[in-house]
Write a protein that binds this ligand. Structure first.
Ligand SMILES: [Zn+2]
Length: 55
């Protein structure tokens, strides 16, 4: 298995990796929770929520 990656925002070990969009200016891997949060910040009202159950 590959090495464990950490979320660049919350520093948690990421199980299922999410990649940040280029326009977010984030380099690295996000966990589902932070990804969802970022989507909320950057695309208010017009996004499809992922991992809603993690809220
Ligand atoms: Zn995170």
């Amino acid at each position: 298995m590959g090495k464990k990656e950490k979320c660049v925002i919350c520093n948690e070990i990421v199980g299922f990796r999410f990649k940040a969009m280029d326009e977010w200016k984030i380099d690295g891997t996000l966990c589902g929770k932070c990804y969802s949060k970022k989507v909320d910040e950057h695309y208010p009202g017009e996004h499809v929520r992922v991992n809603k159950h993690l809220d």
